[in-house]
Design a protein around this ligand. Structure first.
Ligand SMILES: Cc1cc2nc3c(=O)[nH]c(=O)nc-3n(C[C@H](O)[C@H](O)[C@H](O)COP(=O)(O)OP(=O)(O)OC[C@H]3O[C@@H](n4cnc5c(N)ncnc54)[C@H](O)[C@@H]3O)c2cc1C
Length: 576
């Protein structure tokens, strides 16, 4: 059971023919009033520092998305994306919501009472910083940014917004890559950057309770002295928050072996859109009933604001063997990935970079990668020391058989960390190649990696765009990076089209629309490629269990039938 203590009143928000969940045995928990120690503002400046290492830690200077240009609300929204797929609209439509003026003087005065002046950003110039995440094609400023310190403050804010029928968008560090925290019909942005405290560590039970604004890497940093780690390690881990990870069900290089966020969350405390505080899940691993934590993880901020999470801790591997396999071409590299898994060896990570990315990384960070290689694989074996050398030898043989020209073994921790630094800073390095880039995220069955990479080359030629590849090859989770210049309207349009064509190809090959970056606004139009209208209606119903008015992060994930998204200007993508 994942419902530990919940006050959700399911019966009131579902109709008898739809989802019905017995809410018996629920306990209300009191609004939290944790003291606040220090204030680390992760967004937006910290969100531009991505990279880091697993498990070695180092801040980096990789530049990622994150606003600063463009500005103003998404205008021209003439459609009805604010409604559910079954046409049952929330309090107000997105059209109304995109008009300014929701946050009037009365609302501001009440908010000031709740969180003080230092918890609010109102100035248009400062709000511009929050107009997008790493999906920079679409931009829209909130009317106000709020930075609560406690669950109680989040609850008070959401109660006020509920009374006034005002939609809102949660934000962590703003490193998302699918426009998840874009304020689209949500004038109030609520950022968890000041809810950044580790609350409790229980080494005996191997769990840790954290506030949702805690940076991913800080969880591992807090426990590594005791030989533990928090396994999901997005490449953005020096900046992204646990709340964002929960919302996106984030993965990372090492999730090949350890699983994604949902496999590591025991429970969450969240504030529902009406301000009610609920606890879902249980501190124990096994429970019964519907898996509501499973429903929250990956819900992209559309069910409320996660304020705390109880996470599993994993024993850090005793030893690592990290290999760099160098290939003349990318096809052989992808075949090597399948060969390793087919041999029954599950490395901690298998990451791939193609030539464009290798060269960008080398130019930026001089990590010693071979610039003439067609592709490289970083293969990391981890676990107890005994047997690792044997596995490393077996992998070396397999990749050589698959066509690797050379296989290097990191001789020590320093060399290993250089390789990971190169990989995790790759996105940042791409900033050198073009004024803008869009990072795609699709999935194919691992055996189809050669096919999808061929398709990406064809798509890049067809749209006359440069596309690089750096991705979690072991998972079949591709990240084509489409380079463009937002000052060129036609090139921007082609970049969006190329991304869509790549996703279509993934689906045609039996894959999926996202491995870890979520749907956000970026991929809403593609949802019907894998879901029927009935599927989407069921998802909408589930969402309404938590958010009957659909005021939490509106206009995300679930498209309306017939809705489409068009690029209307070089720097602005307008939802229609
Ligand atoms: C360079 C780079 C590398 C990346 N590498 C990876 C990777 O390896 N694996 C991976 O999975 N992702 C990766 N990402 C994507 C991104 O970092 C993740 O999606 C991350 O989880 C977002 O966290 P955030 O705190 O920045 O969330 P934000 O971007 O602020 O928000 C993301 C979504 O979560 C919602 N949200 C945020 N906080 C809360 C909350 N407390 N309650 C409810 N909803 C909330 C927002 O509304 C939004 O929908 C990468 C991004 C960059 C820029």
């Amino acid at each position: 059971m994942r419902i530990g203590a919940s006050v959700l009143d399911f019966a009131t928000v579902t109709d008898a023919s739809h989802i019905q969940i017995d809410g018996s045995g629920r306990n209300r928990i009191d609004a939290d009033s944790q003291g606040v120690v220090g204030e680390t503002d992760l967004s937006p400046s910290a969100s531009e520092q991505v990279g880091g290492d697993h498990p070695g830690n180092e801040s980096s200077s990789g530049k990622e998305g994150g606003g600063g240009n463009g500005g103003g609300p998404v205008d021209g929204n003439s459609g009805n994306r604010g409604s559910s797929v079954n046409g049952d609209s929330g309090n107000r439509s997105a059209v109304e919501a995109n008009q300014r003026g929701w946050v009037d003087a009365g609302v501001i005065a009440e908010l000031r009472e709740m969180i003080g002046d230092d918890g609010m950003v109102l100035r248009a110039t400062e709000l511009k910083v929050y107009e997008c995440d790493g999906w920079t094609i679409e931009k829209s400023s909130p009317e106000i940014l709020l930075r609560p310190r406690t669950t109680a403050e989040v609850s008070a804010i959401l109660k006020l917004l509920h009374r006034r029928g005002i939609p809102f968008v949660p934000r962590g560090a703003g490193t998302g890559l699918s426009g998840g925290c874009l304020p689209l019909g949500a004038p109030v942005m609520i950022c968890t950057s000041r809810m950044n405290h580790i609350l409790e560590v229980d080494y005996t039970s191997r769990r840790i309770a954290v506030e949702s604004g805690v940076v991913n890497l800080h969880v591992t940093n807090a426990v590594k002295g005791r030989g533990m780690m928090y396994a999901p390690d997005p490449s953005s881990q020096v900046a992204c928050t646990i709340g964002g990870n929960v919302a996106e069900n984030s993965g990372g290089p090492h999730t090949l072996k350890y699983g994604v966020t949902t496999n590591h969350v025991l429970g969450v405390e969240m504030v529902l859109p009406d301000g009610e505080i609920v606890e879902l899940g249980s501190p124990t691993e096994e429970c019964c009933g519907y898996d509501l934590v499973g429903a929250i993880v990956g819900s992209e901020g559309t069910t409320g604001i996660v304020t705390r999470a109880t996470l599993k801790l994993t024993r850090a591997p005793e030893a690592y063997r990290t290999l760099l396999a160098i290939f003349a071409d990318i096809e052989n590299a992808t075949r090597a990935v399948s060969a390793i898994i087919a041999a029954g060896i599950i490395p901690g990570a298998i990451e791939m970079m193609d030539q464009m990315i290798i060269r960008a990384v080398e130019a930026a960070f001089h990590a010693g990668l071979p610039e003439d290689a067609g592709a490289v694989l970083i293969i990391e074996l981890d676990g107890i020391a005994a047997g690792l050398d044997e596995h490393a030898r077996a992998v070396t043989e397999l990749v050589r058989e698959a066509g690797a020209n050379e296989v290097r073994l990191a001789r020590d921790d320093a060399e290993r960390l250089i390789l990971w630094k190169a990989r995790k800073r790759a996105f940042g390095a791409v900033g050198r190649l073009a004024p803008n880039y869009a990072t795609q995220d699709g999935v194919v069955p691992r055996t189809r990696l050669p096919d999808i990479l061929r398709a990406i080359i064809e798509i890049s030629h067809r749209h006359q765009l440069r596309i690089g590849n750096v991705f979690h090859a072991g998972d079949g989770n591709i990240h084509p990076i489409v380079l463009y210049d937002e000052r060129d309207a036609d090139e921007t349009r082609r970049a969006v089209e190329a991304g869509r064509d790549i996703l279509k190809a993934c689906v045609e090959m039996g894959g999926s629309l996202t491995g870890e970056h979520g749907i956000g606004v970026e991929k809403m139009a593609e949802m019907p490629l894998i879901f029927s209208p009935e599927d989407l209606a069921v998802m909408s119903e589930l969402r309404r269990v938590f958010d009957p008015d659909q005021r939490a992060n509106p206009n995300k994930i679930i498209p309306l039938p017939g809705a489409c998204v068009e690029v209307a200007a070089p720097r602005r993508q307008v939802a229609l």
